[in-house]
Design a protein. Structure first.
Length: 387
């Protein structure tokens, strides 16, 4: 939820000169009224997307570095499960090493318990929920107020490609509005930001933002902290379900200090494998069935975000984790009534499968790569296929 506010209120970023798409010529410029109407529709849709995000699980891979293009610090892949009071994170891999089946099962049990608490809240949970709802309200307020903070200039139309293919996007330049009165300290950062925004004209959805910190952002008169100028942020959203656009990439390159201590945020985040699991009462049943090995049939759309499973197939207990090159993603695999020889074949390099699943070493065009992966025996606990 909080991430989406950055589409219009990124605390930093540099418009990257090399990121221009194919320019479309000969198209008439929209009128100021048409631009205003498009941005207003996109903001309404952003609110709807923010609410939808609270019902989608996904996979996030976050790569942190010591500085821009610097030494690798961490590379963590997590399964993100939404709940009413925030996200539940299940670690899948860290620095190229998959989480053990035992650890993953423990985290899955924790997720089930956390979702159970959302369904049957106690007093402390209600307090946390109230705080979360306050942040949600503040976020929505900022999204609504952001257009007032910038002067918007139409910069043409460009063709850019995403996982669904080429799209025609309107390009806008955002410059600080000197007449803007910030509603809070965070909104005051708008006055230091210049940005380029791409909007899908047909669906009125924010598709891409590249922003740049032009001047230092200070807090408490510079005593409490400062974000230095020159930082930059890139954010991308894509359509992951009909009419629903959710984040698929964040790049942060920020430096500053908090009181006397320097800090840096140099992170690249990729988000994929979106799947709608619904509100807590529905989500807890999905995860409980997964935990107990009674997963109901789930249908996925075959794309970057989902994988299609035939209706006559059932999920393995706790699913699988697959590695595709350097990317770790959570994928289901089927047994079709326990016949491990007919497990569904989808892309991947190796599998971590659970009891009753066959461990599949995927056929690829590169047989040498395929032969690097072996099978592990099926035990009472999930088996693991290792390099």
């Amino acid at each position: 939820m909080a991430a989406s506010a950055l589409w219009l209120i990124a605390p930093s970023a540099r418009a990257l000169a090399g990121s221009q798409g194919a320019i479309i010529t000969g198209n008439p410029a929209p009128s100021p009224d048409e631009i205003h109407a498009l941005i207003a529709r996109a903001i309404d849709n952003q609110h709807r997307d923010d609410r939808a995000l609270e019902e989608f699980e996904r996979t996030e891979r976050v790569i942190s570095r010591k500085g821009e293009n610097g030494e690798l610090l961490t590379d963590v892949t997590e399964r993100i499960v939404p709940s009413a009071a925030g996200n539940i994170k299940l670690k899948m891999a860290e620095n190229g090493v998959p989480a053990s089946p035992e650890l993953y099962r423990t985290e899955l049990e924790f997720a089930v318990n956390a979702l159970n608490l959302a369904v049957h809240p106690d007093a402390r949970y209600n307090e946390d929920l109230a705080k979360f709802n306050k942040r949600r309200h503040d976020h929505a307020e900022l999204v609504d107020d952001a257009p007032k903070a910038f002067r918007v200039t139409w910069a043409g139309r460009e063709t850019r490609s995403d996982s669904s293919g080429p799209r025609t996007l309107m390009k806008f330049l955002l410059d600080p509005n000197p007449d803007y009165k910030p509603i809070n300290r965070f909104a005051a950062s708008f006055q230091h930001v210049h940005a380029v925004l791409w909007v899908d004209e047909t669906q009125a959805q924010f598709a891409r933002l590249e922003a740049d910190i032009a001047t230092d952002i200070t807090f408490g008169g510079g005593i409490a902290g400062k974000v230095y100028h020159g930082g930059h942020v890139v954010m991308i959203q894509e359509e992951v379900a009909p009419g629903i656009w959710l984040p698929t990439l964040y790049d942060y390159e920020l430096d500053g200090r908090k009181f006397l201590f320097a800090f840096g945020v140099h992170e690249h985040t990729e988000i994929s494998r979106y799947r709608r699991i619904g509100p807590a009462p529905q989500a807890v049943e999905i995860l409980r069935n997964e935990l107990n090995g009674n997963a109901a049939t789930v249908k996925y759309r075959e794309s970057r975000f989902h994988h299609e499973i035939p209706d006559d197939s059932s999920l393995c207990r706790a699913g699988v984790i697959a590695s595709d090159g350097p990317r770790m993603v959570f994928r289901p695999v089927t047994t079709r009534g326990g016949d491990t020889a007919t497990c569904l074949i989808v892309r991947g390099a190796f599998w971590i499968a659970s009891e009753g699943c066959s461990l599949v070493s995927q056929p690829t065009r590169d047989s040498a790569r395929r032969d690097r992966y072996t099978r592990s025996p099926i035990r009472n606990t999930p088996g693991i296929a290792k390099r």
